[in-house]
Write a protein that binds this ligand. Structure first.
Ligand code: SF4
Length: 348
């Protein structure tokens, strides 16, 4: 979304003026083709647009080719060390490869990967994680060392006249992550794949990823995101999608609610959860903010910036406001239908 260059991953464009792309990765043995395809399908339904699959050795190539052939989404091959695996993965249909040129070995090997990638029009993602910073940069501040390590990988491709590149520089530290990606974005035009690496289990990963990915995006850095959570990758995609909607980078419905106080006249928390449930499968063509507010004293004012506000009242269950203007009062059993109707109107 913010880089100068864009790459095309079998029809899914990353970078340039394209929307932020959501990625995830399967966590099932590559040899189990059926289970991988089923997971990819579920990830696609949840909102993933590209999925990465590990190709660990030559024995994985055949099942990988089956996955690629039958997948509804473009598949990225994740490869370490062996250039021959990268070449085969491209030949059997990988839409992009993620390699680490630094551990591939000689320039001759990188040259061979590049030759096939060019022939098949497959972009290459390179980069570094905080655990694999190159020793030669160890005297630099950590964020700069992380960025320079990633840029060194980029130079290994550029040396072979390959520019169809996506870069990642991920840290477990959100601040270091931010500074490294900012540094890279100021130096090169390539799209950035952003995320916090090894972010942990769901609760911690949600906080770290929101901070890490969120600060980058609001500073106009980042083109594709992968939220990293230990366990079921579906959670990564749900979180990534929600993060993009809440930050306004993706069409969707945001339900906000007041924190409640002594003036509260309705059960705000319960109604906010109910509203989330009512709208969860609603397809919209824009960003819509619905606020649930607990009183008529401050609620309407505080909800002025919302498209639709439901404000608690004593006499009826809720007053509805449209862009801050009073629309009508409704009993609770009528609020749901009215709300869904108003959302449809906003999407006309
Ligand atoms: S909207 Fe009303 S109930 Fe909610 S926090 Fe503000 S003053 Fe309190």
């Amino acid at each position: 979304m913010f880089s100068k260059n864009e790459v095309n991953v079998k029809g899914v464009k990353i970078g340039g003026s394209n929307p932020i792309v959501i990625q995830s990765m399967t966590n099932i043995d590559t040899k189990n083709v059926t289970a991988n395809l089923s997971q990819i399908n579920n990830l696609a339904k949840a909102g993933a647009e590209i999925v990465r699959v590990s190709v660990r050795d030559m024995d994985d190539i055949l099942p990988f080719s089956e996955i690629v052939k039958n997948s509804s989404l473009p598949i990225v091959a994740d490869i370490h060390f062996d250039y021959k695996i990268a070449i085969e993965a491209i030949k059997v249909g990988a839409s992009k490869v993620r390699i680490n040129p630094g551990n591939i070995g000689s320039n001759e090997k990188i040259k061979q990967i590049v030759k096939v990638a060019k022939e098949y029009k497959v972009p290459i993602r390179v980069g570094t994680n905080s655990g694999s910073i190159a020793k030669e940069f160890s005297n630099l501040p950590r964020s700069q060392a992380l960025a320079e390590s990633a840029l060194r990988e980029v130079q290994l491709l550029e040396k072979n006249e390959f520019y169809d590149i996506v870069i990642s520089a991920k840290s477990v530290d959100a601040r270091e992550n931010f500074l490294a990606n900012k540094y890279i974005s100021e130096k090169v035009p390539y799209p950035l794949h952003i995320g916090i690496t090894e972010a942990g289990v769901y609760e911690d990963a949600s906080i770290l990823s929101s901070a890490g990915i969120g600060t980058l995006l609001i500073n106009k850095i980042g083109d594709t995101i992968r939220v990293s959570i230990s366990g079921d990758p579906l959670k990564e995609v749900y979180l990534a999608k929600q993060l993009l909607i809440l930050l306004g980078f993706k069409n969707g419905i945001r339900v906000i609610a007041c924190p409640t106080c002594a003036r509260t006249e309705i059960d705000v928390e319960r109604l906010a959860y109910e509203v989330k449930e009512w709208v969860k499968d609603k397809k919209v063509n824009r960003n819509i903010t619905i606020s649930v507010m607990g009183c008529v004293v401050n609620g309407p004012g505080e909800a002025k910036h919302s498209d639709i506000a439901i404000v608690g009242t004593r006499n009826s269950s809720g007053a509805i406001f449209l862009s801050g203007k009073f629309y009508g009062s409704y009993k609770k059993d009528k609020i749901k239908d009215k709300l869904l109707e108003l959302i449809d109107n906003l999407c006309l």
